[in-house]
Design a protein around this ligand. Structure first.
Ligand code: ZN
Length: 297
């Protein structure tokens, strides 16, 4: 199987893996139901499970298996659940930018987006002691303005877009950003989320069925020498039965010595170094379009 955008991984590793968790908690109900979300205790409790029950469980598994990974957190969630931030940082993991209150950048004016983006960054600096190096947009809704802002703010990577299997470079007139690509086949919302209050009604899959899809994605990345990055949520895949299976699978994969698990930051730095050394990392030039595409004159 051919990967056109082949990347050499360090130390002879066959593939690079980052298990990413988006710790959205109950930000979703407050942003989607701004007037009465505060009093909808069922979705609030479903979200709270993430930082209070899911995160300690996940971080303990990582500790036992010697893994360092990446958590994306809306800054409001960091403020509401400082204990979860401490648990993640004490485990040596990366915390990356995921908006302030899970607001959708494509639904905001540029000025609004800038205000909440920078406010969220300030929370990261205050609570983690450093600026975030990476960003993932709520619902993957990146706009060109967001890319421009990430480059202007000196971010290393973005992780919401889907133009390749392997990480790639996004280049604008202002600079470059490494894209750590997502896609829906590696996202736990379709198999595991059921959220009536925001109109997301899906049949919930058995843990083995939902996770099998991700493991098959891993198998392909391993065989092709690529990159595997599930996009998970502690209130979904951190639930008991799902995480128990995930943990057993991780235990088995950790016995292989040619799988490179690392925080996204480390993988992105490696990709950036390969790119700068001229070793053929694929480049996408942005913006894709300067004006609307339609049939009119
Ligand atoms: Zn999210």
């Amino acid at each position: 199987m051919i990967l056109s955008n082949k990347i050499q991984w360090p130390n002879g590793a066959r593939c690079a893996c980052a298990i990413t968790f988006d710790v959205d908690a109950d930000s979703l109900i407050h942003i989607s139901r701004p007037t009465d979300g505060f009093d909808r205790l069922s979705p609030i409790s479903m979200g709270r499970y993430g930082p209070t029950v899911g995160v300690p469980r996940i971080v303990e598994t990582y500790r036992r298996l010697g893994l360092k990974q990446t958590f994306f957190m809306p800054a409001w969630v960091m403020e509401q659940y400082p204990q979860a931030v401490d648990t993640i940082l004490q485990g040596g993991h990366e915390i990356a930018h995921h908006s302030y209150l899970h607001e959708d950048p494509s639904a905001q004016s540029d000025a609004e987006q800038e205000y909440w983006f920078d406010k969220a960054t300030d929370v990261h600096v205050a609570m983690t002691g450093q600026k975030p190096r990476g960003y993932r947009a709520p619902v993957y809704n990146v706009t060109q303005k967001v890319i421009d802002r990430l480059i202007a703010r000196g971010f290393l990577y973005e992780s919401s877009l889907m133009a390749d299997d392997n990480p790639y470079v996004m280049r604008t007139d202002a600079g470059e950003l490494i894209e750590m690509p997502v896609h829906w086949g590696n996202d736990d919302w379709p198999p595991f989320a059921h959220y009536a209050e925001i109109g997301y009604l899906m049949p919930v899959r058995a843990p083995s069925d939902g996770l099998r899809a991700f493991f098959e994605e891993f198998d392909a990345a391993y065989e092709a020498g690529g990159f595997w990055m599930p996009v998970l949520h502690p209130f979904l895949t951190g639930r008991l039965a799902r995480w128990m299976q995930m943990e057993k699978w991780l235990e088995q994969v950790r016995t292989r010595d040619d799988v490179w698990f690392a925080p996204l930051e480390d993988i992105a730095r490696h990709v950036q170094a390969e790119h700068r050394a001229g070793r053929g990392v694929r480049v996408e030039n942005l913006p894709y379009y300067q004006r609307p595409v339609h049939l009119g004159r």
